[in-house]
Structure formats: C-alpha cells, structure tokens
Design a protein around this ligand. Structure first.
Ligand code: ZN
Length: 318
C-alpha cells in the first residue's frame, strides 16, 4: 500500500469511520505485510479546506483550549525539549515539522535553541508567526531551504499520521540532521487497547486528517530502516491521555462524535454547529466521573507501555 514498501500487498479492511467535521465516511485498511493502516480514500488535496476548516486552527490570537490545558501543555513541552537536549548534548538548531501554534518551538527557544518550524500554509502558520514571532516555512517539503546536516534536532509532534508517506518524512529528517542529531516523534498509538476498543469512535482516529495509523512496532522498524537508534520510549502524553479516553468512551456511548472536544474548544475554534444543548450538557456532566476513572487508568496504561499515544526519541547513526 502507499506509505509502506508493499504496494501490491493485500489489505485487510478494519472498519469504516465518519469524519465528525465533514460528515464523510472513510475506510481504515491495514497492509498485510507490515501492519501500517491507512485511511481510504485518501483526502483529495482540493478538499482540504473541508477537512481543515478555518476553525480547526482558530483565530491566531485566540485561545483554542481552556487556559489550564494550555498551561499544562507548555510545562510538558518544556520537559520534552529538555529530553531532546540531553540526548543532543546541549542546545543547537531545531526544526519542528508541522509546528502548529508553535508552543513546542517556543519551549526550545526559551532554553536557548535556534528554532525553525514548517506548516502547511500561511493560515496554519499564523499563530506561531504573529503571536510568538517564530520563523515558519510554508510550502512543500521538497522546497525547504536547509542543507543536509543543518539541524541538531528534528521534531514530528503528532504530525507523522497526517503524512501519506511517513517513511519519506523520516528519511528527509535524517538528511537534515547532523550525525548524532536527535529525532523526536510523537504519534497516536493505533495498537493501544483504547484504539482497539474504541475503533471508529477513537478520539485519535481523526479520519481523514490522519491518513496513516501507526503502531510503535511499525514506527520503530521505520526508524531503524531510516538510520536511527531509538533511545527513549514514552507512552505517557498527559495533555491527551485522560481526555482521549473520556472522549472515546462518550463517542462509544452514542453522544455526537467528539462533542465534548468541541464544547471545550474556544469560541473561534468550534467545529460542530448546532448540537442540542442537552447533549452538550450531558457530554460535560459525564466527563466528570469518566475523567476521575480515566486519569489513573491512563497513567497505569502508559506506565505499562500501552498508552494511546507513543513518543520515541532517536539518534541518527553516524
Ligand atoms: Zn506494508
């Protein structure tokens, strides 16, 4: 299949899933040879506006999530930057591919790194550029301006699953890194118990924006093939973990898909229109007891290596 080296391999249909933004239905298929799953049909480039509406990014200056969530996120980003720095042997130049609002790059910058980001287009780069004053390169990866070996660290933070060719992206990262440079990759864990139980209701499935669905085993194999040694593995992503379990459970209970997520998003970042108030209230009320269960449950799953996201930190082989 596309995105893995087995274009002629038989694919197993896993399930179909509806996009909560566009309402369109997609299939999830898995390659029989390597286990990489993908969304089909792949989202057509001319329909991206429909799958990534303006509200997906929110207004550049507005909060997208409650302040407490964004504060937690920033603390966690600082810890991740520190982990990369330790393996890199100090500060240097870092590239965040698909840097989004730019908070992770901001965490690197505060530690003294020279930072660069990339984004799909000017719209998705607006917050990082205008609010944080970061340098963000837009346009296709083929046109990136950096020479080989330019960076000491490259980051794909919940980005690889949006790319149809994740192997090519890892190979490009290797070329951009100096020998001994550090690559950090965080993705949803399609092999997690949460993903398996929730299936089409899984919060992190996010078809068709997620065009591939990665497992730790597949990712470790791809990193090894691309010339990296994996040094650190973490299955704890506290800003996502408990929320993802609560949202996935509510989806399975039959509430409107990702309604809680939408209720919690800032006013300028709403993706769903016209959900009945009673259902929105139910989504919020249910989140309290579910959250009390989900916090310890996801911590235990994460410590057991079964969390719903995985972060790998790898070093480029000399
Ligand atoms: Zn394959």
């Amino acid at each position: 299949m596309a995105g893995c080296p087995h274009p002629n391999e038989r694919e197993t249909p896993l399930f179909s899933a509806r996009d909560y933004v566009s309402g369109e239905e997609f299939e999830v298929l898995r390659c029989g040879a390597c286990g990489l799953a993908r969304t089909t049909p792949a989202p057509a480039p001319e329909r991206m506006e429909r799958y990534y509406p303006a509200a997906y990014y929110g207004a550049a200056s507005a909060r997208r999530f409650p302040a407490v969530v964004e504060a937690l996120q920033r603390a966690l980003y600082g810890a991740r930057a520190r982990a990369v720095e330790r393996l890199a042997g100090g500060t240097g130049r870092v590239l965040d591919v698909g840097c989004g609002r730019g908070f992770l790059l901001d965490a690197f910058r505060r530690r003294g790194w020279a930072v660069q980001g990339t984004e799909l287009d000017d719209r998705s780069a607006a917050h990082a550029r205008e609010v944080l004053g970061l340098q963000v390169h837009t346009g296709p990866a083929e046109a990136w301006p950096w020479r080989e070996g330019h960076f000491d660290a490259v980051v794909f933070w919940h980005v690889l699953e949006h790319l149809a060719e994740p192997r090519l992206a890892l190979e490009r990262a290797r070329r951009l890194l100096r020998p001994g440079g550090v690559l950090m990759v965080g993705v949803p864990n399609f092999a997690s118990p949460e993903a398996r139980l929730a299936a089409a209701g899984w919060f992190h499935l996010d078809v068709p924006r997620h065009v591939v669905h990665l497992t730790p085993r597949w990712l470790e194999g791809a990193l090894d093939a691309a010339g990296f040694d994996v040094r650190r593995r973490s299955f704890l992503t506290p800003e996502y973990d408990a929320f993802s379990l609560v949202q996935s459970a509510e989806n399975r209970f039959g509430l409107r898909h990702n309604l809680l997520y939408d209720v919690l998003r800032g006013r300028a970042a709403k993706l769903l229109g016209g959900a009945p108030r009673a259902q929105a209230a139910a989504a919020l009320a249910l989140a309290v007891p579910l959250g009390l269960l989900a916090a310890p449950a996801t911590a235990l799953l994460g410590l057991a290596g079964r969390g719903s996201s995985v972060t790998l930190v790898a070093v480029k082989r000399a």
